[in-house]
Design a protein around this ligand. Structure first.
Ligand code: FE2
Length: 428
């Protein structure tokens, strides 16, 4: 007797008509025609069943603060950072907790099962750290929240950031963060990376650096990040987030840089919505897109995940915790338009991001955690095309969120009276 069986599921690897049996929080069988009984049964009816969405880059200490204390008038990254500096002293721990929990509700409803959130450590009271550690504990039964110690003001430029980073890690923050392009000089940026990577190596931590988030073609911090990763033997444990300067770099230099990144087994997290919104703002025309070289990094062998970065905060006033929106944006900005490329964009917000976060038990194999989302789409491409409805979100073998199937009622003479948006795709 199983706890749950999902019947007639299409899987991300292309298998169709599969049953997924769950017991004691894990997947115990994935095969066609399981005959055993279960306490609960979901008929997927040919819909795609995926492991949960994973957001590998977010700022939960700022989310849902849009308009407080004022709007970002210029819409620039730098005014956003200035605005965040105005909000920091006036927001309370309770306020951050309340906003973060509301965001987590939204994220779960959209099928997100794990989030890596940066948390600013430049506030000497560490209000964000206190708040998000509490939130991580409160949501752990339904959402994996991984926290990154992030010195928004610069690890060396802010006088107490390094001390506060140590405090935050001692309090239980999971991952080492950084922002070398925000230091006063390239040399300081490189020095900050060296210190952060050494501290992470000593503590056995993963690293995720806001790296070269600018349009400066001469920003070179990802080279240093690859060097430190290789020097310290941290292969596969270090991520460069954003990497937008790579969009503008000289092609010859990039032909040297990417092999260094491959050698270090760096991971990369572009954030398509925020990158296309914030980068290239000082250009006239032609206007740079600003997202990093997704196709080239992927084809070289790096693992890339798409992150959302911001939802309704000082930097970005839109967003709805929908990782398929992010995949859709990444697909367009990166011109990832072959069938294989489009399916890969789905992987970028699921399995690739899970690999970057080192999530354990992620996937749909026997023995994986029984965490899934049932989508109103038949395959990965259709899921991205429709930003498909999340019919059911399952955590540890239990349905924790449901959304009714989307249909429209038509009143057209001689035409069908019901329209299902998922019925338009070619059968693949
Ligand atoms: Fe970020």
């Amino acid at each position: 007797m199983f706890d749950l069986i999902i019947r007639n599921a299409n899987l991300p690897d292309g298998r169709t008509g599969m049953d997924i049996a769950c017991k004691d929080d894990v997947i115990v069988a994935v095969e066609a025609g399981i005959t055993a009984e279960a306490a609960a049964v979901i008929d997927a009816d040919g819909c795609l069943v995926s492991p949960p969405f994973v957001d590998p880059h977010f700022h939960m200490d700022a989310t849902l603060s849009l308009g407080r204390p004022r709007m970002n008038a210029s819409g620039t990254l730098l005014e956003g950072i200035a605005l965040w500096g105005e909000l920091q002293p006036i927001q309370t721990v309770d306020e951050i907790i309340e906003r973060a929990l509301r965001y987590c509700d939204l994220a779960v409803s959209q099928g997100i099962g794990a989030i890596r959130s940066h948390v600013d450590v430049c506030d000497d009271e560490l209000k964000g750290v206190q708040a998000l550690l509490e939130v991580r504990n409160q949501v752990k039964e339904y959402l994996d929240l991984q926290l990154v110690a992030f010195p928004q003001g610069g690890a060396l430029r802010d006088p107490t950031a390094m001390t506060n980073t140590v405090r935050a890690l001692d309090m239980g923050v999971d991952v080492m963060g950084g922002i070398p392009h925000f230091e006063r000089t390239m040399t300081d940026g490189a020095d900050s990376l060296r210190q952060q990577c050494e501290m992470a190596a000593d503590r056995g931590l993963l690293v995720d650096i806001h790296c070269d988030e600018s349009d400066d073609p001469l920003s070179r911090h990802v080279e240093t990040l690859a060097y430190e990763t290789q020097r310290l033997g941290m292969h596969g444990r270090v991520t460069g987030s954003h990497l937008t300067s790579m969009h503008s770099m000289d092609n010859y230099y990039v032909s040297k840089l990417i092999p260094l990144m491959v050698e270090a087994e760096l991971h990369a997290i572009p954030n398509p919505a925020i990158n296309i919104m914030l980068q290239g703002k000082s250009d006239t025309y032609p206007k740079r897109r600003g997202m990093t070289r997704v196709r080239e990094l992927r084809d070289a062998g790096l693992t890339l995940g798409f992150g959302s970065d911001c939802v309704m905060d000082p930097w970005y006033s839109l967003g709805k915790a929908d990782m398929l929106d992010i995949a859709f944006m990444g697909l367009h900005v990166g011109q990832l338009c072959s069938r294989e490329d489009m399916a890969w964009c789905f992987d970028a917000v699921t399995q690739n991001s899970a690999k970057i976060m080192h999530l354990e038990g992620y996937g749909l194999d026997k023995g994986c955690q029984a965490n899934m989302v049932v989508l109103q789409a038949q395959d990965k491409i259709e899921a991205v095309r429709l930003r498909a409805n999340r019919l059911a979100v399952i955590r540890k073998g239990r349905v924790i969120a449901e959304t009714p199937r989307q249909t429209s009622t038509l009143s057209l003479t001689g035409r069908p009276d019901q329209l299902d948006p998922a019925a338009y795709a070619p059968k693949t």
